[in-house]
Design a protein around this ligand. Structure first.
Ligand SMILES: Cc1cc2nc3c(=O)[nH]c(=O)nc-3n(C[C@H](O)[C@H](O)[C@H](O)COP(=O)(O)O)c2cc1C
Length: 285
């Protein structure tokens, strides 16, 4: 028989996970309600390798319903989920992004959509003016979609499924849009690979809370030294396996998060996304 996991054990596990994540210590009260939920959030990691085991359609539908129960700006309900059940379509999307084989391998592939089409449509049906056709329409729909995506990931984790968002589908938004027959003012925010995890995965350290948690006013403290400390912590705990583009940038003696992200964003990425969103009918002024 397995030993029962006590609230004290769970509290200790959360403390350990957050210490690994943020490089500082936390004290978790074992009496706190909802420790299991906090533990799942604290243990978060994406999964890119899956067992060859199907996800039951009824379970998927349940998780989608939970995800779509997420809060929505002004109750406008502008985040949709598109389940890609046609494996030929999934393979076609995966073929656009050959360096991410987990897209083709995922037992389930979902696309989270920002849907700005229903609101102006309703205005027409209800014979009302629609003076809100500007950047905020796109922004609200994108935020709603991201919240639905996050909620799906949490629901999936609660039943033991793993997942990995795929914003790389926006490298070829036009092709994805055509494959999925997306109408005007509906754009993909991210894909999501979902399946039963093939490995435990690990915690990715995050920037320290002194950098990302502010109080009363934006903290502009010692950013350079904070990032330097994070780079070193990250290298100790979860070093990058390879350096990005060494032909262009050489091999760095110390290769931390900031070097990796600076190299990543030294390349133009999705410079045509604004043009795609505008072509889809969103006005971004
Ligand atoms: C909006 C979003 C888009 C992402 N896009 C991709 C992607 O295209 N391909 C991929 O392999 N991982 C993608 N990821 C996963 C991140 O790389 C991952 O969350 C990050 O490295 C931190 O790891 P962790 O989530 O395990 O802590 C994405 C994550 C988010 C939130």
């Amino acid at each position: 028989m397995q030993d029962r996991v006590t609230p004290e054990d769970t509290a200790k596990q959360i403390e350990a996970a957050l210490a690994e994540r943020f490089g500082e210590s936390f004290s978790v009260d074992p009496q706190l309600a909802g420790l299991d939920e906090l533990a799942r959030i604290a243990f978060h990691r994406v999964h890119r390798r899956f067992l060859p085991r199907a996800v039951e359609p009824a379970l998927l539908r349940l998780l989608c319903a939970c995800a779509l129960s997420a809060p929505s700006k002004s109750d406008l309900q502008q985040g949709d989920i598109l389940a890609v059940t046609d494996k030929a379509k999934q393979r076609a999307i995966a073929a656009l992004i050959p360096d991410m084989p987990w897209i083709a391998d995922a037992p389930v592939f979902l696309v989270f959509l920002a849907n700005g089409s229903r609101l102006p449509q309703i205005a027409r049906w209800r014979d009302k003016p629609f003076p809100n056709d500007h950047l905020d329409l796109f922004f609200n729909a994108a935020v709603d979609s991201a919240i639905v995506l996050t909620t799906f990931m949490r629901a999936a984790a609660a039943v033991g499924l793993g997942s990995c968002p795929i914003s790389a589908i926006r490298d070829r938004s036009d092709v994805v849009s055509e494959l999925l027959v997306l109408p005007e003012r509906v754009v993909p925010v991210a894909g999501l690979c979902v399946g039963w995890p093939a490995e435990a995965g690990g915690i990715t350290p995050r920037l320290g809370l002194e950098t990302t948690l502010h109080e009363d006013r934006y903290g502009t403290g010692e950013l350079a030294s904070q990032i330097d400390a994070y780079d070193r912590r990250r290298e100790r705990q979860r070093a990058y396996r390879r350096q990005r583009d060494p032909e262009r940038w050489g091999t760095a003696a110390v290769y931390g998060w900031s070097e990796d992200k600076a190299r990543q964003y030294a390349e133009p990425l999705r410079a045509d996304f604004g043009a795609f969103v505008r072509a889809k009918g969103f006005r971004l002024e």
